[in-house]
Design a protein around this ligand. Structure first.
Ligand SMILES: [Mg+2]
Length: 411
């Protein structure tokens, strides 16, 4: 090998580097749901999600997902499109030489909308989608699972396992007809779940009667959590919770509207049931406030509302340092992309008392992946090996659900 051949060979490697982002496609997708999702003000049979597809110059393709919801982080799919399309992601990410370098770039990946928001959330679903797509595509490029990227992220307080373990998910009873709820409770008992969450505070429902039946049907050993989704004014919380305490709920999630979250500092001491924050826990500043004002015993971290893997790990690390308990939650309607991302996190990170998600087959009529990542008996699910998210996203399935798309070319 002459000097000339050596140099030109090396130059060829550098200039043809496949580690550069060539194209990003944003998709607005409508994910068909098996049953209607009811909200206080409306109901729907599809979940509108944001999917980001990243393609490297080397040809690898990766996917990420976010679930923008105006009533969670104030985002819509439209606002996420607007935030993501103005950035030169190829320049921001550059050409990382290895996964460690990529992880450190992803850790610095910021959106000005999030930075300038006092709650650090106005863009979290958008950031989550682009971050996951970048982690997925580079995981494939370097031949490493998303779990390895989680392992490489060094965040104070976060305790990681030396190898990925299987994950145990909980079930959720959504507020429905009496008959359907009873059927769910029986099904969950037969399916061997360790923990079950149920909504409370839904207008027109008699919670005392409902929870009494659930407890009776599922037995005393099932860990039963309540989620009020901001339903009760602070002045009513003590009475509401007192009437349900005899059914031994393990916690009450978001009992008051976010606007009244500070009332929990005092209420917590009298409730006799631990409090978990969800709607009041989106960005990092929310977690700081929860610790400072002692408004919570536990935090419900969800990848999309918290801005992706790295911001979620930062919240988890803070919670561990402040002695707060943790749940890894999910957004109803998320596809296998977010299910897989949650699996990687939950199988690598210690200290998650509850894990929600991977409901795929039970909730979605159609999914975007070739594999089915739904949990099995007892809520158990194996770690995903990778590379990247460890699932094969079916491009035609994404296209079929797409109602709007936007291409960003960096050639
Ligand atoms: Mg909740």
């Amino acid at each position: 090998l002459t000097r000339h051949q050596f140099d030109s060979g090396r130059a060829a490697v550098v200039t043809s580097s496949g580690a550069r982002i060539r194209r990003i496609t944003l998709f607005r997708i409508a994910v068909p749901l098996k049953k209607e999702v009811k909200h206080a003000s409306h109901s729907r049979t599809a979940s509108e999600n944001l999917v980001v597809r990243v393609e490297l110059a080397g040809g690898q393709v990766g996917y990420g997902e976010g679930v923008p919801r105006p009533y969670v982080t104030g985002e819509t799919v439209g606002s996420a499109f607007a935030m993501l399309r103005v950035h030169d992601w190829a320049r921001i990410v550059g050409q990382p030489r290895d996964l460690a370098e990529l992880v450190s770039r992803v850790a610095e990946l910021n959106l000005p909308e999030i930075e300038s928001d006092p709650r650090g959330m106005a863009g979290n679903a958008a950031r989550c989608a682009v971050e996951l797509a970048i982690l997925d595509v580079y995981g494939r490029y370097f031949g490493e699972p998303l779990g390895k990227a989680i392992d490489l992220a060094s965040i104070p307080g976060v305790v990681k396992r030396s190898s990925a373990v299987k994950v145990r998910y909980g079930a959720a009873i959504t507020a429905e007809s009496r008959r359907k709820e009873i059927r769910s409770a029986i099904k969950f008992r037969l399916y061997g779940f360790r923990d079950v969450k149920t909504k409370v505070g839904v207008a027109g429902q008699h919670d005392e009667r409902r929870i009494a039946i659930f407890r009776k049907l599922m037995g005393p050993w099932v860990d039963l959590r309540l989620d009020a989704n901001e339903a009760w004014p602070a002045a009513e919380v003590l009475d509401r919770v007192a009437s349900l305490r005899r059914f031994s709920p393990s916690l009450i999630e978001q009992p008051v509207p976010h606007a009244e979250v500070r009332s929990l500092t005092a209420l917590r001491r009298q409730l006799g049931v631990p409090v978990m924050l969800d709607e009041s826990l989106c960005g990092y500043p929310d977690a700081v406030a929860a610790a400072r004002y002692a408004t919570a015993d536990m935090l419900n971290v969800r990848l999309s509302k918290c801005g992706g893997v790295i911001p979620s790990l930062r919240i988890i690390g803070l919670a561990v340092r402040k002695g707060l308990g943790l749940q890894l939650g999910c957004h109803p309607g998320e596809t296998a992309i977010l299910s897989a991302a949650g699996r990687h996190l939950a199988s690598r990170v210690e200290g998650l008392s509850y894990v929600e998600g991977s409901y795929d087959r039970h909730i979605l009529k159609q999914n975007v992946s070739r594999e089915d990542v739904t949990f099995g008996y007892g809520g158990w699910a194996p770690p995903l090996p990778g590379p990247g998210l460890g699932i094969q996203v079916d491009a035609s399935a994404v296209e079929a659900m797409a109602t709007e798309r936007c291409e960003l070319d960096y050639d």
